[in-house]
Ligand binder design. Structure first.
Ligand code: C5P
Length: 215
């Protein structure tokens, strides 16, 4: 059973994916962390994100078991991630891992929840249920701001809104695997919803699709 959740940054997709995976007893994969790990590797090697060979090598040698470095969540890492994510060589290197995760959920789990930008469109086009999560750029910027403040990394609110909008533009307009809803995705706008509200709406949709009967 494969559930995909795509959407822009800070739309709430990661939190929703984690929560659904816990509730259903499924494995969860945050694919943004893969692109962030490639970005962090380049930052640590002091390589430029436009260095395709270095980015490809970073993707090839990624240790999928160590995706918990707190620096992955930094604003700079997110920005560089969206630059390397536009490189076909990097995407190709990460595709097999994502598809294998979907096919063979770790820990013998009976399903997966995978979140990202192109999961319902490219990585798992035959997924059982697809969500596309959105929220206004302003509310996403305020969530991001709160997250960074909580981590002791305060930033200028105007800068964050611009960073969110720049990243949206890069992710939506790139040639390869741009951010867009799959035709058969269920749209969920979390602008006026908190985490519980988004989770409940997702459960209503899952119920309507008959997912619980299939489990
Ligand atoms: O979701 P997150 O903000 O962690 O993703 C970081 C960046 O990785 C995104 O801005 C996007 O460019 C890229 N990404 C992607 N495809 C995915 C997941 C993330 O291109 N499936």
């Amino acid at each position: 059973m494969i559930i995909t959740i795509d959407g822009p940054s800070a739309s709430g997709k990661g939190t929703l994916a984690k929560r659904l995976a816990e509730y259903l007893g499924f494995a969860h994969l945050d694919t943004g962390a893969l692109y962030r790990a490639v970005a962090l590797s380049l930052i640590m090697q002091k390589k430029d994100p436009s260095d395709v060979a270095a980015a490809k090598a970073a993707a090839q040698t990624l240790d999928f078991d160590t995706l918990d470095n707190p620096d992955l969540r930094d604003e700079k890492t997110g920005k560089i991630a969206s630059l390397v994510a536009a490189l076909p060589d990097v995407r190709a290197e990460l595709l097999a891992f994502q598809r294998n995760f979907a096919k063979n959920p770790p820990g013998g789990k009976k399903g997966v929840v995978i979140d990202g930008r192109d999961i319902g469109t490219v990585v798992c086009p035959n997924a059982d249920i697809k969500f596309f999560i959105t929220a206004s750029p302003e509310i996403r910027a305020s969530r991001r701001l709160l997250e960074l403040e909580t981590r002791g990394k305060p930033v200028d609110p105007g800068q964050i809104l611009k960073a969110v909008q720049d990243r949206d533009a890069r992710d939506e307009t790139r040639e390869i695997s741009p951010l867009k809803p799959a035709q058969d995705a269920h749209l969920l706008d979390t602008t006026n919803l908190d985490i519980d509200g988004a989770f409940e709406k997702a459960l209503v949709i899952l119920n309507k699709t008959g997912l619980f009967q299939k489990l």
